[in-house]
Design a protein. Sequence first.
Length: 202
Amino acid sequence: MRGKKTRGQLIVLSGPSGVGKSTVISELLHEREDIYFSVSFTTRGPRVGEADGVNYNFVTREIFEAMIAGDELLEYAQYVGNYYGTSLKLIEEKLAAGVDVLLDIEVQGAAKVRQKCPDACFIFIIPPSFEELSRRLHGRNTDGEDVIAGRLEKAREEYRQIPNYDYLVVNDKVSQAAAEIIAILTAESCRTKNRMNLVEGV
Ligand code: 5GP
């Protein structure tokens, strides 16, 4: 059918732990209800306020390793001692149905997606400063000092991957960060290659 979008856009969002990605994502999904957020699988335990099947699918190491062995994951990575991964089947179904899919994944996983899905849109989100990141991680009040130190160190490593991303968003104000991401996605959807189904007479 002319005008019908054929395949959904895969959107990859990365950024250091504590940058406020979840809050920005909530705001984004509120504005763009048509986007499907891929709920990852992880072996880490739930934080206060997190629900199974909503923030993550919380699973044991045994189950996660069985998913790896069964080739069920688009990508996975170990991050500060835990596994995190994306179910291939679910997102493939959504993309095939023309639905845009959002992944919140760290840089190693994003690198794997870049190899497998070069047409995906890669967005990196940073805090206004490292001091602010440290403040936000402490303010979360859920992780111990050693975990926070590990996450800050990890953030420094992750920053080296920023040049591999298509877009950089600074999360100073959540509404502004979400608005920038919406603008990016609008621009992506207007790319010629994504609009050829609208062109007549060729
Ligand atoms: P957190 O423990 O703070 O929820 O997440 C830690 C990191 O894991 C974040 O950078 C987050 O983006 C990343 N992450 C969450 N889900 C996935 C996933 O499915 N795959 C990968 N590679 N990283 C993920």
